[in-house]
Unconditional design. Structure first.
Length: 253
């Protein structure tokens, strides 16, 4: 059956926007071989979701956005990060977490022995709320199906919710961040761990140690351990990501 296709450069651009940064280079022996039929279907479905998001006018954010910020990273990632919404730099570039908070997130990812391109990063809402305010209920409702389909199609093994707003919206709760931390939750059948937003860590570095403990648990879960408590001492990886020695009281860093 014939199907209308996008021009090749445009389709490649869409695939990159979706996080399929390695969709076209030849596979190496270390890459996990995907099932051709499953991958083809998933690529087409993600392209359709991205096209839908790009043209979405379901809420008022469409009138103030510059670009839709759909997601970035590996479309087959084991680990997905979900933030609240794009900021000013993300709105200009069309990519999530590209400002100072994004730079810190990249260091956090590297601290658990991954690269930014190994994970998938997205937000609950795909357009920037004016003045970086919290998303309104109608805005999160309009975007929820995009996030649900990203989770379904990328099928990560673990999701990290960054900050109170993202965690509450993702999990459908009004529980405080402090009470959500320290335990596993579930969204779309995927285990969810809640931690602090990188932007909050830039404002209050005293919570960096707690975030590092959260990320060790996430790392251990990905490595196949029970992922219930952090293992190991904070060393060079902690210093590289958070700028501390790993031995201070986290409230005094």
């Amino acid at each position: 059956m014939n199907r209308n296709r996008l021009p090749i450069p445009q389709e490649i651009g869409l695939l990159r926007d979706l996080g399929f940064t390695d969709a076209y280079p030849p596979a190496t022996s270390s890459e996990r071989p995907p099932e051709p039929a499953a991958t083809g279907g998933r690529l087409e479905r993600l392209l359709a979701v991205a096209e839908e998001a790009r043209s979405c006018t379901a809420c008022g954010l469409c009138r103030t956005r510059n670009r839709v910020v759909f997601g970035d990273g590996d479309g087959q990632a084991d680990l997905m990060f979900v933030g609240e919404g794009p900021g000013a730099q993300e709105d200009r570039q069309g990519l999530p977490f590209v400002g100072p908070a994004g730079q810190l997130l990249t260091k956090i990812i590297q601290a658990i022995d991954l690269r930014r391109e190994d994970v998938y990063i997205t937000n609950v809402v795909k357009c920037r709320p004016p003045n970086n305010r919290d998303p309104q209920p109608d805005e999160t409702a309009a975007c929820r199906s995009f996030l649900d389909r990203q989770i379904e199609l990328i099928a990560p093994r673990v999701i990290v919710a960054l900050g109170r707003v993202a965690a509450q919206l993702l999990l459908g709760t009004k529980t405080s961040l402090g009470r959500m931390r320290g335990t596993w939750h579930e969204a779309g059948g995927v285990p969810v761990r809640v931690t602090y937003h990188p932007a909050f860590l830039l404002r209050d570095p005293s919570y960096k140690r707690a975030t590092w403990e959260d990320m060790q648990i996430v790392r251990d879960r990905l490595l196949g351990s029970d992922g219930e408590e952090a293992t190991g001492e904070a060393g060079d990886d902690f210093k590289a990501a958070f700028g501390g020695s790993g031995s201070e009281d986290p409230r005094t860093q």
